[in-house]
Design a binder for this molecule. Structure first.
Ligand code: GDD
Ligand code: MG
Length: 331
C-alpha cells in the first residue's frame, strides 16, 4: 500500500529548533522522527511513501539521497508554496498518480496504532475516508470528532474553543482515503483537510472513524516533543550515545545525550535532551530543557523549565534561564 506522509509544515511550535531543522528531521531518542513514522507504516505493509514537502525539503533529500528510508521507497513531492494539509495531500497524490485506496499520515505523530485494522474498518464501513481517533484529556488543540454508533462521523471541529468540544475523541492523524476525496480538493490553492474537506465529507455522510487506545503522541510542541524523547528513551534504553563525552564528575539522569556531545566536570543534566555535538560547560545545570545540536552552554549557567537553545547557539557562563528560547522569538 502507498502512503502520503505530511512533513511540509513550518513547525512553529518547536522554534527555534525548527528554524534550522524541519520538525520531522528532529531526533526522537536518537533517531529522526520521520524514520520512526515510516518504520511503523512499513510494519503495516506500506512499501512506498510520498513525502508531502514544503518547508526545508532539502533536509530530507540530503538525509535519504537514494530514496529509501526505514524500509520504504520514498518519493519527494515538493509543493510550490504552502498548500496546507489537504492541498499538500492532493499535490502529493497527483504527483505520484495515486489511483487506489491510500494512507495519509501526519508526520509528527508517534503511535503503535494498528493501521491494518483501520484499513479493514475502512473497507467494511464503505465511506470515502476513514480516520483514526484517540482519546485525550484536553481536546481543544486538536480536531475533535463525534460519531454515531456505527462509526459514521457526525461532527468534525478543528481546534474548538476550550469547553465546547463535542467529545474527547480527537483526530489522531492517520487516514485511509479513496482517490475520490481528491475531487473535493480544488486545484492549486491551500486547503485544510481538517477545516474544509472533512466537514464537507461529514455533511455528505461519507466520513468514518475508528477509535483506538494505542499509544499516541503528537510530538509537535515543546512539552510533547521532550516527553516523546524521554519516554521512548526509557522504553528503548537509549540514553547516552556511545560517542558522547561525559566527565566522570558530571551527573546525568533521565536525559538523552547525543553523539559527540560533551558534558563537563560538575555539570548536572536532568530530564533533558542534549543533541549531538552540543557542549555543556563546567558546573552548568540543565533541567527539563533542550540543547540543540552544536549549542554551547557556558560554565555555571542554569538552563531549566522548558528552555530551548537552537542549533549552534551559545549562552554565556553564569546565565540563568527559565522557560526561555535562544534565540528569542522575533515578535
Ligand atoms: N505539505 C504540507 N504543507 N504539510 C503541512 C502543511 C503544509 O502547508 N501544514 C502542515 N503540514 C504538516 C505538518 O508538517 C504535520 O506533519 C501535519 O501536516 C499536521 O500539521 P500540524 O501543524 O502538526 O497540525 P496540528 O498538530 O496542529 O493538528 C493536526 O494534527 C492533530 C493530531 O496530531 C490536525 O490534523 C488535527 O486535527 C489533529 O488532531
Ligand atoms: Mg501536529
Amino acid at each position: 500500500m502507498k502512503a502520503v506522509v505530511l512533513v511540509g509544515g513550518q513547525g512553529t511550535r518547536l522554534r527555534p529548533l525548527t528554524l534550522t531543522t524541519p520538525k520531522q528531521m528532529l531526533p526522537v531518542a536518537g533517531r529522526p522522527m520521520i524514520e520512526r513514522v515510516l518504520a511503523h507504516l512499513a510494519a503495516h505493509g506500506v512499501d512506498e511513501v510520498i513525502l508531502s514537502l514544503g518547508y526545508r525539503p532539502d533536509a530530507f533529500r540530503v538525509a535519504y539521497p537514494d530514496g529509501r528510508c526505514a524500509g520504504v521507497r520514498l518519493q519527494y513531492a515538493v509543493e510550490p508554496e504552502p498548500r496546507d494539509t489537504a492541498g499538500g495531500i492532493a499535490f502529493a497524490a497527483r504527483f505520484a498518480g495515486l489511483g487506489e485506496t491510500f494512507l495519509v499520515q501526519n508526520g509528527d505523530v508517534l503511535t503503535d496504532l494498528d493501521i491494518t485494522a483501520l484499513v479493514a474498518f475502512h473497507q467494511r464501513a464503505g465511506g470515502v475516508a476513514s480516520i483514526s481517533l484517540t482519546p485525550v484529556d484536553d481536546p481543544s488543540r486538536y480536531g475533535v470528532v463525534a460519531t454515531d454508533d456505527r462509526g459514521r462521523v457526525t461532527a468534525f471541529v478543528e481546534k474548538p474553543e476550550p469547553g465546547t468540544a463535542p467529545s474527547n475523541l480527537i483526530n489522531a492523524g492517520t487516514y485511509v482515503l479513496e482517490p475520490e476525496v481528491l475531487d473535493h480538493i480544488s486545484g492549486d490553492e491551500p486547503v485544510s483537510i481538517e477545516r474544509e474537506t472533512f466537514p464537507a465529507l461529514v455533511s455528505e455522510g461519507l466520513l468514518f472513524a475508528l477509535a483506538s487506545d494505542a499509544d499516541w503522541v503528537d510530538a509537535g510542541t515543546v512539552v510533547t516533543y521532550l516527553h516523546a524523547n524521554l519516554s521512548l528513551a526509557r522504553r528503548e534504553e537509549h540514553w547516552v550515545d556511545a560517542r558522547a563525552d561525559i566527565d566522570p564528575a558530571a551527573v546525568v539522569s533521565g536525559s538523552i545525550i547525543g553523539a559527540g556531545a560533551v558534558v563537563s566536570e560538575g555539570a548536572c543534566v536532568e530530564r533533558a535532551l542534549v543533541m549531538g555535538g552540543a557542549r555543556v560547560g563546567r558546573s552548568a545545570i540543565i533541567r527539563d530543557s533542550i540543547i540543540g545540536a552544536g549549542a554551547v552552554v557556558g560554565d555555571g549557567a542554569v538552563i531549566e523549565a522548558l528552555s530551548i537553545l537552537g542549533d549552534g547557539v551559545a549562552v554565556e557562563a553564569g546565565l540563568a534561564a527559565s522557560g526561555r528560547l535562544f534565540p528569542a522569538p522575533v515578535s
